[in-house]
Design a protein around this ligand. Structure first.
Ligand code: PNS
Length: 162
């Protein structure tokens, strides 16, 4: 039983995240999407809203071979990974710009918990420019975000704007 943690802020979940989740499912038996509860950030969606969006966006994922569940965590990611008995942390890599930060985190996490491996999946060519931050910016400035986020998220973003 190989369980992996896929951590992040998911504010909101994008098609890029969903691509990483689907592909992680081919490698692991269970993916725990771990939503960081960070009181210092001012998110667009509350934790409960992000949980609900993640759950409905991943409901279509083929879970005949891999279970996908959503959880929240506070504090150190490696503590949560240990608590969940996960063997790996999954992160998506989009561009060189992601690399330094991700390398630093992976190395620090390995120092803290050597038994938890960080596994990087390269973003798909069609998703490598998508980030939650840019999606929000484009949306707030009136741009079209369809195809960048799942339809349920797009609807929720429009509902926020009303
Ligand atoms: O989606 P994000 O914001 O890029 O995710 C960042 C996240 C949640 C993976 C990272 O901030 C994290 O792991 N935070 C938990 C605190 C922690 O473990 N810090 C030490 C990292 S080396």
């Amino acid at each position: 039983m190989r369980r992996a943690i896929y951590p992040g802020s998911f504010d909101p979940v994008t098609e890029g995240h969903l691509d990483i989740i689907r592909r992680s499912c081919r490698i692991f038996d269970e993916i725990v999407i771990a939503l960081l509860v960070n009181p210092n950030k001012k998110p667009m969606f509350t934790i409960d809203e992000r949980i609900a969006l993640l759950q409905s966006a991943t409901a279509q994922t083929d879970n005949s071979k891999c279970q996908v569940r959503v959880a929240t965590f506070q504090g150190l990611l490696v503590h949560f990974a240990r608590e969940q008995r996960a063997c790996a942390v999954v992160r998506g890599l989009r561009a060189v710009a992601d690399y330094e930060y991700e390398l630093q985190m992976a190395q620090m996490n390995r120092r803290l918990a050597p038994e938890v491996e960080t596994v990087f999946l390269m973003a798909g060519a069609g998703e490598s420019y998508i980030s939650s931050r840019l999606v929000k910016e484009v949306f707030q400035l009136g741009g079209d975000i369809s195809g960048l986020v799942p339809p349920v998220v797009e609807r929720a973003m429009h509902a926020k704007k009303l």
